[in-house]
Ligand binder design. Structure first.
Ligand SMILES: Nc1ncnc2c1ncn2[C@@H]1O[C@H](COP(=O)(O)OP(=O)(O)OP(=O)(O)O)[C@@H](O)[C@H]1O
Length: 259
């Protein structure tokens, strides 16, 4: 299987704080990989480096064999990496379908005044973009909300829209940052089904997630960080039985669930 993402001995320092220390792991094409660990373990920092928000202090990140860690993010996105944000980056004053069109625009370079005129159905090309956006909304079960302002959506629907917007860029690799945070049980199961369907559509997925039921049920492989270091890597089954992971993270998570 082809390696899509290769993280090689990445260290990130913020002044005296070592957020990541010599972390290495890889993601193969078609996999769902989970990056887990306690608060402050360095998960978001790793995501930010993979999406080129800032560069690592040391080490390399390769995507499809190409070194990307020193590229600006506007050059990384067109290579096929897209992400969602924990604090949601949807445009609240746009409608649901317009948000998806913004995602498509990143790929098609259809200009944004085009997005507005396309709503009026002006050209065939624009009509096609609109229909594709509707297909994406259907895929994410958001089609009935297509003309609603994003500001009127519940948190659960906003998380779906954030996911749909990132998917609309047609990435090879999709980074999902705590996509299930704040969701109830049924919304979390819907999210987990969607993540699997997105993988089936040919997208490789890397998730940062605290919901262990979700992570254990969807991931092929887990990479565990603690205090900036990788302390384990393996299948969900291997990780659940790993003493170091239980001591650093899973033990505390289980206690939290019991309380
Ligand atoms: N911009 C920054 N400047 C200084 N320190 C930072 C910065 N970003 C992160 N850190 C520090 O790096 C460490 C790792 O943080 P990071 O946010 O990557 O952890 P995390 O695993 O994502 O945590 P959480 O689960 O709480 O989101 C922490 O000690 C954090 O305080």
């Amino acid at each position: 299987m082809m390696t899509l993402l290769q993280v090689e001995s990445i260290t990130k320092r913020f002044g005296g704080v070592v957020a990541n220390s010599e972390v290495s792991f890889s993601v193969d094409e078609g996999q769902i990989v989970g990056l887990i660990g306690p608060n402050g373990a360095g998960k978001s920092t790793m995501f930010n480096m993979i999406s080129s928000i800032f560069p690592p202090t040391e080490g390399s990140i390769l995507f499809c064999g190409k070194k990307i860690d020193l590229l600006p993010s506007y050059k990384v996105a067109p290579l096929g990496i897209s992400r969602t944000f924990q604090n949601l980056q949807v445009f609240k004053n746009m409608t649901v379908i317009e948000n998806v069109m913004v995602g498509q625009h990143m790929r098609t370079k259809q200009n944004l005044s085009g997005v507005t005129s396309m709503l009026l159905g002006i050209t065939r090309k624009e009509r096609k973009v609109y229909e594709e956006a509707m297909d994406i909304l259907r895929f994410f079960n958001l089609e009935s909300l297509y003309d609603q302002k994003a500001s009127s959506l519940s948190l659960g629907k906003l998380r779906l829209l954030e996911f749909a917007r990132a998917y609309a860029t047609e990435p090879k690799l999709l980074l999902l940052d705590e996509i299930a945070a704040g969701l109830n049980h049924s919304e979390t199961s819907e999210m987990s089904e969607l993540i699997k369907r997105v993988r089936e559509s040919g997208v490789t997925i890397l998730v940062v997630e605290h919901d262990m039921d979700l992570v254990m049920s969807i991931c092929d492989k887990l990479v565990v960080l603690d205090q900036g270091m990788k302390i384990a890597e393996g299948t969900p089954k291997e990780i659940q039985a790993n003493e170091a992971v239980i001591a650093a993270y899973l033990g505390a998570e289980i206690e939290e669930e019991v309380v």
